[in-house]
Design a protein around this ligand. Structure first.
Ligand code: NAI
Ligand code: MG
Length: 358
């Protein structure tokens, strides 16, 4: 028997998604080589907006069943100015998250060594959050419609769906995540003052479930007040659970507060492990810097590390993060973090670091 092989489906997508996926693959290959105990078998899928414009589809009809055969999926980003964003998102990433039952989106945020928060006086230890995003329904359930299109009477509905099953499972995941961290502190975010049905159900189920985790300290916040607290008192929070839309917004804010959108990772998980989970940086395709070779690959590497952890290679995941932070600590950073390196420079530095660490 040779070393264990992890089969990874790669979907680079559009814009900087292509650059950072390439960088992540390079680093993952270096990681596997350095450890010598496992390897990756990468299969790349050319599902992108460019190809959509030529072929008329993002994924082929059997796309989802092709993905099901892999141990994990690595995703870059999808979206390009020539295609309306709702077409690209609903053509590729959202169907994958939904069909593969990836009902949790895990988004850690902290300030990496050698980087700083734009918040004055915010020290590295002051900002260390784990944001758990509901990833299957809520405001992104896709329900609704448009009538009387292109007339002055146009009416459009965007219906949010909140189900007990989905709220219970995300809460259990969030409580367990909070329990596994030293502070054991969980903040639940809703908007149950103005949104009086779905959000009230969230609050209710949160307090129903809380007694099963007596060691976790709980609190509830309204989402608008949460944005203020994230900026003014980052230290007061640890694990955070929120709906699909709210957590989408809060995690971009969190990423900016921790230094850059370019470092933030995410894991789309099917905790039942019946389907492959998907790992991607939280940023989009960044058309404004695409093709320039300057995208920050750190969020891609951190996402790759979470993937490595998910497929069971804990030690290798830690080594990868250690290498990334050794590199940022030395000041080898892209422009968004105040450095002067390009994507390649950071990638090669991490690969070299891995040879030294592992
Ligand atoms: P974006 O995240 O692509 O870019 C926002 C800003 O952050 C831009 O100024 C960009 O240059 C900068 N930025 C993002 N990632 C960076 C990195 N790694 N290094 C340095 N700077 C970085 O968000 P935007 O502009 O709203 O969306 C662009 C496209 O991406 C749209 O088509 C959107 O729908 C799509 N998108 C796709 C996502 C996905 O595939 N999961 C997530 C978010 C947006
Ligand atoms: Mg987002």
């Amino acid at each position: 028997i040779g070393p264990k092989i992890h089969r990874i489906a790669c979907i680079p997508g559009d814009g900087i998604g292509v650059d950072i996926t390439e960088a992540a693959i390079q680093v993952l290959k270096a990681l596997a080589k350095a450890t010598g105990t496992f390897s990756f078998d990468f299969t790349t899928f050319d599902w992108s907006s460019t190809n959509y414009l030529e072929r008329g589809w993002y994924m082929p009809p059997d796309g989802l069943s092709q993905l099901k055969k892999f141990d994990a999926i690595y995703f870059g980003a999808v979206g390009w100015p020539d295609v309306p964003d709702h077409i690209s998102l609903w053509g590729l990433i959202l169907p994958i998250r939904k069909a593969l039952n990836q009902y949790v989106n895990v988004r850690p945020t902290r300030i990496l060594q050698g980087t700083k928060s734009p918040l004055e006086g915010c020290k590295r230890e002051d900002l260390d959050w784990l944001i758990i995003r509901e990833n299957s329904e809520g405001e992104y359930s896709g329900q609704g419609g448009t009538s009387h299109e292109d007339s002055e009477h146009t009416v459009a509905t965007e219906v949010s769906i909140f189900t007990r099953v989905a709220i219970e499972r995300i809460m259990h995941f969030a409580f367990k995540a909070a329990q596994s961290r030293p502070r054991k502190h969980l903040t639940m975010v809703t908007k149950s003052n103005a949104q009086r049905h779905g959000m009230v159900l969230w609050d209710k189920i949160f307090y129903e479930i809380a007694p099963s985790y007596p060691d976790v300290k709980t609190e509830k916040m309204l989402v608008d007040a949460m944005t203020v607290r994230m900026v003014l008192n980052p230290k007061s929070m640890d694990t955070i659970v929120a709906t699909n839309l709210h957590a989408d917004i809060l995690t971009d804010l969190a990423a900016a507060l921790s230094g850059s959108i370019g470092i933030a990772p995410s894991s789309n998980l099917d905790p039942t492990r019946k389907n492959p989970s998907m790992f991607e940086p939280i940023h989009g395709s960044a058309p404004d810097i695409a093709g320039k070779g300057i995208a920050n690959p750190v969020g891609a590497f951190w996402s790759a590390a979470e993937m490595v952890r998910w497929v069971g290679e804990e030690k290798a995941a830690d080594a990868l993060m250690k290498a990334v932070e050794a590199v940022t600590a030395r000041g080898v950073k892209t422009k968004d973090l105040g450095g002067s390196e390009d994507t390649n420079g950071v990638t090669e530095a991490v690969c070299r670091e891995l040879e030294a660490i592992v």
